[in-house]
Design a protein. Structure first.
Length: 206
């Protein structure tokens, strides 16, 4: 069985998906709170919707209430439909710089995603997470969540998107980008607008 088929079978398992998102969320929050000796209480909220535009709106509404992004996953919910699920978290220490803002980039065409990534970066947004989401129309979209943090002073990053159906080709392209100083941020496998299984990698260079 090919590497792509193995990854797709794991991704298709709802129990595995939600176990992974729960473990990753708890681990990341644990790291954040471990460095905070005050042990501030945390408040969690789950956002779930079948529309990417609705999720962007809900994320920004939660951000206005002081929440920040935790983890995200796209997949089938208990009612049989496809949903994007995002966990957000809030502590009792308000940010002195203001609330964060979020953008959801969604497309079935990798060339479009590359352009939208860089446009968002020019507006001060940075990559947070990516997943593959099956839309209500039966197609598949790559979902990328980006965040604008008013406290961040880092320079605008450069993003590079790699997409191929061949694992050995992806390995070679990753090696080449690594030599240029690009860091791998996320890796997904899913059907694209071309109808085939495509590995999609997003890399960043500051």
């Amino acid at each position: 069985m090919s590497e792509i088929k193995i990854l797709r079978r794991l991704a298709a398992n709802k129990a595995v998906r939600f176990l992974l998102i729960f473990v990753a969320f708890v681990f990341n929050v644990g790291l954040a709170t471990a460095s905070n000796p005050g042990d501030h209480p945390l408040d969690y909220k789950l956002l779930a919707t079948s529309r990417t535009s609705t999720m962007e709106s809900e994320l920004n509404k939660a951000a206005a209430e002081g929440y920040r992004f935790g983890q995200a996953m796209g997949g089938k919910s208990a009612n049989g439909g496809s949903e994007i699920v995002v966990a957000v978290v809030k502590d009792d220490v308000p940010s002195a710089q203001g609330n964060r803002k979020y953008k959801l980039l969604a497309t079935s065409r990798t060339s479009t995603m590359q352009r939208e990534l860089q446009e968002a970066a020019r507006d001060g947004y940075r990559y947070l997470e990516q997943t593959v989401f099956e839309t209500a129309f039966g197609g598949n979209e790559v979902i990328v969540i980006m965040e604008f943090d008013p406290s961040r002073t880092n320079p605008q990053p450069s993003y590079h998107l790699l997409a191929t159906t061949n694992t050995s080709k992806m390995q070679q392209e990753l090696k080449e980008e690594g030599k240029r100083g690009y860091t791998l941020l996320g890796l997904t496998v899913g059907k694209t607008a071309m109808g085939g299984d495509e590995i999609l990698a997003i890399l960043q260079k500051d």
